[in-house]
Design a protein around this ligand. Structure first.
Ligand SMILES: *Cc1c(COP(=O)(O)O)cnc(C)c1O
Length: 381
């Protein structure tokens, strides 16, 4: 089976992790701040907070932006459930904005319409979470302008998008957002096994997220309600969690980060070959917005004829191509149907779901593997 994605682990990665195993600190040591500084420098942002998953990063990002009961978070229906669940963790409500039929990202036109209606109804969102699907940035300048106009905060879910750029700036620079979140799960662009990171320009937000990932505890006297009792003293100033990344994971991340550009360049080569080889078939290849450079986490084809979708998907799997579908629209999940959502709510997202197939895309895929994928896609589609 040729998988739809897979990690690449080198001897350098193994050596980096082994070095931590032989060191004094398995966790809360120097590797985590080193990884944070390296990612922050790579994407050109002042602050980074490493955590044990992107899901945790989304959660503490919402808490740091004071999302709570009675508040509303909007995201796209075409994403992994975590982009929406972070609001529910905070006791807030979720709603969705339908996608753009070309990029499959949150539609800025639908967002603006929905904001106008929400303003009239007195129910504006506190946070909007655009998701850079497949690694292609959303139109952040437009979303940032709406954030200014309507007074909401922006968390970019860039789980797919480290190594990508928007209008010449790396994704993660937070030019038009409050916080950007990366995932380092093995299927993503670079991996720490499990892991995530929240990037921000705002020192206060970074500080608060750093406390929230470790129980809400501070050792900084300036953040305490009284002078320390002694050198052992710390204070828990609010409720946090244990969302810390370990030094083993961070060392793997540092080593992987060295190959970020190589990985993304290779993904672009693979995409260019697919674009050529699949031209003329009854499907859409991924459309790229001219002012973005995608990290190309996923290569999604959309069949012209949705009635052929299931047979094509099954046919590809039967012929040894490990295709997948990213994603089942979140509003159609039972947990969200219980909250009042259902079929027909977000027609473009549902139309995408009826046609989309993620075909293999990972940097170590050989040309021969790719030729096999292309031949089978041609036969099956
Ligand atoms: C993978 C992913 C997440 C969650 O990442 P974890 O690190 O596994 O918690 C969140 N959002 C999107 C869009 C993802 O693809």
């Amino acid at each position: 089976m040729i998988p739809y994605g897979r990690q690449d682990i080198t001897q350098a990665d193994i050596d980096a992790v082994a070095a931590v195993l032989r060191s004094d600190f398995l966790t809360q040591g120097p590797a985590v701040p080193r990884f944070e500084a390296a990612v922050a420098a790579k994407v050109g942002v002042a602050h980074a907070v490493a955590v044990n998953s992107a899901t945790s990063a989304l959660h503490i990002a919402c808490v740091a932006l004071d999302l709570g009961p009675g508040d509303l978070l909007w995201t796209t229906p075409v994403t992994f459930v975590a982009s929406a669940n972070c609001a529910l963790y905070c006791g807030a409500d979720v709603d969705f904005v339908d996608i753009d039929p070309r990029t499959y990202n949150m539609s800025v036109a639908r967002l603006e319409e929905k904001l106008i209606a929400a303003k009239t109804a007195g129910r504006l969102p506190k946070i909007v979470v655009p998701v850079h699907l497949c690694g292609q940035s959303c139109d952040m300048a437009a979303i940032g302008a709406l954030a200014q106009k309507y007074g909401f905060k922006v968390i970019e879910d860039a789980s797919h998008a480290i190594g990508g750029s928007y209008k010449g700036a790396p994704v993660g620079a937070c030019q038009y957002s409050d916080i950007t979140v990366f995932s380092f799960h093995p299927v993503k662009i670079i991996t720490t096994a499990e892991g995530g990171m929240a990037m921000t320009r705002n020192a206060e937000l970074a500080n608060r997220m750093a406390r929230l990932r470790s129980h809400g505890i501070t050792r900084d006297p300036s953040e305490m309600t009284q002078a320390p009792d002694g050198p052992w003293y710390y204070q828990q100033t609010e409720l946090g969690w244990n969302y810390r990344m370990t030094d083993l994971h961070a060392a793997l991340g540092c080593s992987q980060l060295d190959r970020l550009e190589t990985y993304v360049d290779r993904r672009h080569q693979i995409a260019a070959r697919y674009n050529t080889a699949l031209a003329g078939l009854a499907l859409d290849v991924p459309w790229q917005q001219p002012d973005t450079r995608s990290a190309l986490h996923l290569y999604v084809i959309c069949l012209t004829d949705s009635t052929r979708h299931r047979a094509a998907f099954d046919g590809l799997r039967q012929r040894g191509i490990g295709v997948n579908l990213h994603y089942i629209p979140v509003h159609l999940q039972p947990h969200y149907r219980k909250r009042g959502f259902g079929p027909g709510d977000f027609p473009e997202a549902e139309r995408y779901y009826s046609r989309a197939i993620s075909i293999p895309m990972y940097p170590t895929m050989t040309d021969a593997d790719q030729d096999e994928v292309v031949n089978i896609v041609r036969e099956v589609v």
